[in-house]
Design a protein around this ligand. Structure first.
Ligand SMILES: *Cc1c(COP(=O)(O)O)cnc(C)c1O
Length: 389
C-alpha cells in the first residue's frame, strides 16, 4: 500500500472509532505518591490503578530497587537462557514458589508473556484450549498463538464448560482468570478443578488480581480456596499489580517449569527482567506477606464503597474484590461520566469494547489500601453528583 493510501485508511479507521465513542487515548500523568496524580496541572485522586495494596512507592521496595541497580546495573544484558539470569532472579523464583506452595517458579518479564508462554508450551495443533468468555486478552492471545483449537464457555458457567470439555479433542488445557479483571468476580475454581481432574485436563489459573490481595498472607485466590498444586497444576501471578513493581511468574512442578524453560518462546526470546527489578520484587514479597493490616483496610474500603453505592442506588456489578465496576452500558455515556468525574477531581477511566462485551461499557473503579476512608467519601460524593441517566 502506498503511504498515502495507508494513511487515508488509518485516518478513516480512527474517525470511525471516534464516532463510535471507542477511540482510545492515553492520559499523561505525573504521579504524586499514593493515589494522587497530577494531570493537566490539576491534582486528581486515582481510582483505577491495580496498585491494590498501595505498595508502588513503599520505601523498602524502592530502596531495594535502587540498591539492586547499584549492585547489578540497570539492565540484565541478555535473555535468561544466555546470560541474563542472575542470583537475584533465582532467589525471587525460590521465594515465590514457596509463597504459593509450588515446587518451582519461573520469573517472566510480564504477565502477558507468561500467558503466551504457558499456552504455547502446553498445547498445540490437534489440542484444545478451553477458556472463560471473559478471560484476559493475554490468555485468549496465547491460545490463538498455540495453534490449538480455542473453545470459550459462558462466563463462570460450569455447565457450559462441561459441554466444551466433553467435546474436546487432543490434550486439553483449561485457562481462566481467578478474579476477572473487568468484573471483579471469581471463577468457579473448585468446580473447574474437579472437572479437570475427572477428565484428565490441565487447569491453568491466572491470579493477576488475587495474588497479594487474597488468601493467607496474600498468597492468592487458590490458597484462599484450598486448591493446591494437584488441583491446579499451573498458576500465574503478576508483580505489577498488588506487588507494586513489575514482572510475573508461573508456578508449578519441577517438570512444568523445566518444560517452560525449554519451550516457552515468550520467555526464551526476550531480554530477562532487570535484576534490580527482581530485587525490588523480593522486597515487595516481604512487604506483601506482612500486609494483613493493608488487606483489612482494603476490605473496609470495599464495604464502605458498596454500602455507600447501595444507598445512592448506583449500579455496581456484584463483586467482593477491590475491582468495583459501575455498569453504564453505552460507551458514550461511560466516557461522559468519566469526564464529569475528572472535573470533580476523580480519575476513573471508561472501559469500552473490545475490552468488555458490547453494551457493557463501564467505569472500572478500583480501590487500594493507599486510599483513605475520606477518599472513598469523595468518590461517593462525586458519583452522586455526576449521573448521566
Ligand atoms: C494485568 C493482567 C495480565 C498481564 O500482566 P502484565 O504483567 O501487566 O503483563 C494478565 N492477566 C490478567 C488477568 C491481568 O489482569
Amino acid at each position: 500500500m502506498a503511504e498515502n493510501s495507508l494513511n487515508q485508511a488509518l485516518q478513516a479507521g480512527l474517525e470511525q472509532a471516534r464516532k463510535d465513542s471507542l477511540y482510545r487515548s492515553r492520559r499523561t500523568l505525573l504521579p504524586q505518591g499514593g493515589p494522587r496524580v497530577r494531570m493537566n496541572g490539576r491534582s486528581l485522586l486515582n481510582f483505577c490503578s491495580n496498585d491494590y495494596l498501595g505498595l508502588k512507592d513503599h520505601p523498602d521496595i524502592c530502596k531495594a530497587f535502587k540498591a539492586g541497580i547499584d549492585k547489578f546495573g540497570a539492565g540484565s544484558g541478555a535473555s535468561s537462557l544466555v546470560t541474563g539470569y542472575t542470583i537475584a532472579h533465582a532467589a525471587l523464583e525460590e521465594e515465590l514458589a514457596e509463597f504459593v506452595g509450588r515446587e518451582r517458579a519461573l520469573l517472566c518479564s510480564t504477565g502477558y508473556m507468561a500467558n503466551l508462554g504457558v499456552a504455547t508450551s502446553l498445547a498445540g495443533r490437534g489440542d484444545t484450549i478451553i477458556e472463560d468468555r471473559l478471560n484476559h486478552a493475554s490468555l485468549i492471545d496465547g491460545a490463538r498463538l498455540s495453534g490449538a483449537r480455542l473453545k470459550r464457555y459462558q462466563h463462570a458457567d460450569l455447565r457450559s464448560f462441561q459441554q466444551h470439555l466433553q467435546q474436546a479433542g487432543g490434550k486439553v488445557l483449561v485457562m481462566t482468570d481467578a478474579l476477572f479483571s473487568m468484573d471483579g468476580d471469581e471463577a468457579p475454581l473448585a468446580g473447574l478443578a474437579q472437572q479437570c481432574r475427572n477428565n484428565d485436563a490441565t487447569l491453568m489459573v491466572d491470579d493477576a488480581h488475587g495474588i497479594g490481595v487474597m488468601g493467607p498472607g496474600g498468597s492468592g485466590t487458590l490458597a484462599a480456596r484450598g486448591l493446591d498444586m494437584a488441583a491446579v497444576p499451573v498458576l500465574m501471578g503478576t508483580l505489577g499489580k498488588a506487588f507494586g513493581t513489575f514482572g510475573a511468574f508461573i508456578a508449578g512442578s519441577e517438570f512444568l517449569i523445566d518444560t517452560l524453560v525449554q519451550k516457552a518462546r515468550a520467555y526464551i526470546y526476550t531480554t530477562a527482567l532487570p535484576p534490580a527489578l527482581a530485587q525490588a520484587g523480593r522486597a515487595a514479597l516481604a512487604v506483601v506477606k506482612d500486609s494483613d493490616h493493608r488487606r483489612e483496610h482494603l476490605q473496609q474500603l470495599i464495604r464502605q464503597l458498596r454500602e455507600g453505592g447501595r444507598q445512592l442506588g448506583l449500579n455496581f456489578i456484584e463483586s467482593k474484590t477491590p475491582i468495583q465496576p459501575l455498569l453504564v452500558g453505552d460507551p458514550k455515556q461511560a466516557l461522559e461520566l468519566s469526564n464529569q468525574l475528572e472535573k470533580r477531581g476523580i480519575l476513573v477511566t471508561a472501559i469500552r469494547p473490545p475490552t468488555v462485551p458490547a453494551g457493557t461499557s463501564r467505569l472500572r473503579i478500583t480501590l487500594s489500601a493507599g486510599h483513605g476512608k475520606e477518599d472513598v467519601e469523595l468518590l461517593l460524593e462525586a458519583l452522586d453528583k455526576c449521573r448521566v441517566n
